[in-house]
Design a binder for this molecule. Sequence first.
Ligand SMILES: NC(=O)c1cc2c(=O)c3cc(F)ccc3oc2nc1N
Length: 330
Amino acid sequence: MTTVDKEETQNRINALKEKLNQFSYEYYVLDKPSVSDREYDLLYHELEKLEKKFPNLITADSPTQRIGDNVLPGFQKVQHDVPMLSLGDAFSQEDLLDFDQRIKKLTEKPVQYICELKIDGLAVSLHYENGLFTRGATRGDGTVGEDITQNLRTIKAIPLRLKQPLSFEVRGECYMPKDSFVKLNEDRDEKGLDVFANPRNAAAGSMRQLDSSVTASRNLSVFLYGAANFAELEVRSQSELLTKLSEIGLRTNPERRLFDSIEDVWAFIEEVGEKRSGLPYEIDGVVIKVNEFETQEEIGYTVKAPRWAIAYKFPAEEAHTVVLDIEWTV
Ligand SMILES: NC(=O)c1cc2c(=O)c3cc(F)ccc3oc2nc1N
């Protein structure tokens, strides 16, 4: 092959990766696909064919490289540079008023609250280096998690390369959409397999597969909501962070709102409680956070949780068929 058509092939492969990754961004992050699945598939198969012919032109961020070709012997342990803490809980309007009073005692600054739906899935941490997805892990005990990079790479909502060559850690919730959960359990039931108790367990069970092709078949997704070591993003509030994450290719939940009073927060919580059953994913509450990062730092943390956030938990929904409960064997 002459250098000319090697260069042309390289250019065509780059163009295909660019297009396919942009289409995935539109489909999974913006929820506004600009091409049909068929158009996507045609380009995808062209890329597969070219990469098969010239394997040395395959790169880690190619959409063809999402399923690992080896079953892992086990999961490596990974240390979180910044601990992944848990949230304090609130179960009533009174608990929220108490939270608001505590906040007002801890800062003189006027406080704006951001409310986010509390996705009921599995907390994960994703490392990006110069824009490339390099490592993914579970929360574990908050300090040490499990390396599930290979399984996270199968989730099409997780970009293998960001739109900017940034290096930071992003955190979020990996989850199984309700309709995928129902289909998976029907399928398992037909095969005489144990069914999963709820979408959270199904997501956890799917992420702890040593064979990533099984994970790939489980139609998981993700919403990202936090970050660590993210000075490069140059954002000053949670609201700005979420907008920036979405701009650079990361999927965030659109049902977030800013409020100036805890009374308005409570009204929003009641509104969410009404429409919760209509959402395509399970939530177990609403997370309330002080929006400005400077104020968050002033308010600080307890040993195990941020003081500047709280999770309002809805009363448990109708009991699921509790048949299979997945536990993380750490
Ligand atoms: N499940 C969730 O949808 C969700 C979870 C968390 C956290 O667990 C969480 C834990 C922290 F220490 C700090 C902020 C957080 O923000 C969060 N925000 C969310 N939207």
